[in-house]
Design a protein around this ligand. Structure first.
Ligand SMILES: [Ca+2]
Ligand SMILES: [Ca+2]
Length: 507
């Protein structure tokens, strides 16, 4: 500052003439950026000017207060086209919104000033943003971006500059209803990039609403970063502004196939089916899911009728059947058969009433439930929100329009019920009951964590997920009927061995 004043005085002496009536040109491209020098963080106000004009500049640093008022922090006079101010953690802190304003004057007539030109607002600190602030409870994945506009603290005597951030979520009514949002990680590390023309550091993770299949209202969740623990006085105790995300309920859709079978589609269209054979009941392109159903003759001598004798589910790499179709009507009980187990299986099987009620819950939270009788079984199928707009088969197109439910695979609407049912018939020997496809595509699901109870847990980049997100639909209890999780029972040692072999094949 003193040096600048001396330079000003010398320059004034050197200027050969005195101006009259002329105004100095205002500075242009006024901007604030950040830099690290000697372990400190500095904000820089820079601007451009007309060359060869013998100008001086008055630069004012301003902060936008919480009430939206501008507070002057400092004013200085210079002949240079940039000035610095230290972000010292006292007068200027992380989280502050800063401007600079620059006006020019002729060195030989400093009382005549150009209009002041303001920079854009510069936010100094960490910023957290989410790609959508209101999301549907249907298993979507949204980006959560964390970026720092100022340099990160560096490890002493090292080039390594980084920050470990621990994330926390708090949902409305969480104690009664549980968390409503999960994160791909509860801890992330920010590492430094050059601050030139952009953020000094940036990382992203993912947010996903928890699919609970209950109408718990459109709840809000606050996502926050815990106060930073570091020896650096500027960063110590700082946490960025939390953000809010709202999860909107999605009404669950059910398809029913009762007795000889009276079918109700996801969109509520009712019809009777008297054909026997193997059919696609429900297929969802979105989730890699298919449910096929087999119907046998179950009528008497006078009235022909068909009933469901079994179903088979494909969920990613899992293919599991539950059927009695090979036995004699009235004499057999369905058998559960794990035809293929995927390496990342999330299929769950529960039984109640001594196996007469069996539920297969898929990785998306959709389920198929069978109520077994001597003549066959009735089925209930729940679609997940992620299936909406993506289903085909005898359960119809789940899109809240019952009129388009009698459809065919190519999208054209069949003329009548018989042709609709026929359109979903599978040729003999081609179903999942008969054989498992040689390649079962299985998307690798992203891991999601509950970050709502991490306060007492010390996280690190090596342990970023203290508690995995619950299986969709598993909270709160989806049924009032006591049931037994028998998933493991069907994983015999041979199947475990097979799974390991498959694991290697997929690696
Ligand atoms: Ca819900
Ligand atoms: Ca429909």
């Amino acid at each position: 500052m003193k040096r600048d004043v001396c330079v000003l005085q010398i320059l004034v002496l050197l200027i050969p003439h005195v101006r009259t009536g002329e105004h100095p040109p205002a500075p242009s491209s006024v901007r604030v950026s950040s830099e690290a020098h000697g372990g400190g963080i500095y904000l820089k106000c820079s601007f451009e000017t007309r060359p060869g004009s013998f100008l001086g500049f008055v630069v004012v640093w301003l902060r936008l207060s919480a009430l939206g008022l501008r507070e002057e922090l400092r004013q200085e006079t210079t002949v240079h086209t940039s000035v610095h101010i230290e972000l010292d953690g006292f007068n200027l802190r992380l989280g502050d919104k800063i401007y600079c304003s620059s006006s020019s004057f002729f060195l030989d007539s400093p009382e005549v000033r150009s209009p002041a030109v303001d920079s854009a607002e510069f936010f100094a600190g960490l910023r957290m943003t989410v790609s959508e602030s209101s999301v549907l409870e249907e298993g979507g994945v949204y980006q959560l971006l964390l970026e720092s506009t100022v340099p990160l603290p560096c490890v002493k005597d090292s080039d390594r500059c980084s920050l470990l951030l621990q994330l926390n979520t708090i949902s409305q009514e969480e104690e009664q209803l549980g968390a409503d949002v999960s994160l791909s990680s509860c801890a992330v590390e920010l590492t430094s990039d050059p601050c030139a023309d952009g953020p000094c550091s940036r990382t992203s993770l993912h947010v996903s609403p928890i699919t609970d299949f209950i109408l718990d209202g459109n709840r809000s969740t606050i996502i926050s970063v815990k106060a930073i623990v570091t020896e650096n006085v500027v960063w110590s105790g700082y946490s960025p502004e939390p953000l809010q995300i709202q999860v909107q309920d999605v009404q669950s859709a059910y398809c029913y196939s009762f007795t000889d079978p009276h079918t109700v589609t996801f969109d509520g269209r009712c019809y009777e089916n008297s054909q026997i054979g193997t059919f696609v009941l429900f297929q969802s392109a979105a989730c890699g899911v298919e449910v096929q159903v087999r119907l046998w003759e179950c009528g008497g001598v006078e009235h022909a009728a068909s009933c469901v004798c079994g179903f088979v589910v494909r969920d990613g790499g899992d293919v599991v059947s539950f059927d009695m179709c090979e036995g004699e009507l009235g004499e057999t009980f369905p058998q559960l058969n794990v035809k293929h187990r995927g390496p990342r299986s999330k299929l769950r099987i529960t039984e109640s009433y001594q196996g007469r009620k069996l539920t297969m819950t898929l990785s998306s939270g959709a389920f198929v439930r069978a109520d077994v009788s001597s003549w066959g079984m009735s089925l209930t199928i729940r679609a997940s929100g992620a299936d909406r707009g993506h289903t085909q088969g005898l359960c119809g197109t789940y899109d809240e329009d019952p009129h388009n439910d009698f459809h065919s695979a190519d999208g054209t609407e069949p003329l009548d019920l018989h042709s609709f049912v026929s359109a979903w018939r599978l040729p003999p020997g081609s179903s999942l009951f008969d054989s498992v496809p040689s390649s079962l595509s299985e998307t690798i699901p992203l891991q999601f964590c509950l970050c709502s109870h991490t306060a007492a847990v010390s996280l690190s980049p090596d342990l970023p997920c203290p508690q995995p997100s619950p299986h969709p639909g598993s909270i709160p209890p989806s049924s009032l009927i006591p049931s037994l999780d028998v998933t493991q029972e069907y994983l015999t040692p041979a199947e475990l061995l097979q799974t390991q072999t498959q694991d290697n094949r997929y690696d």
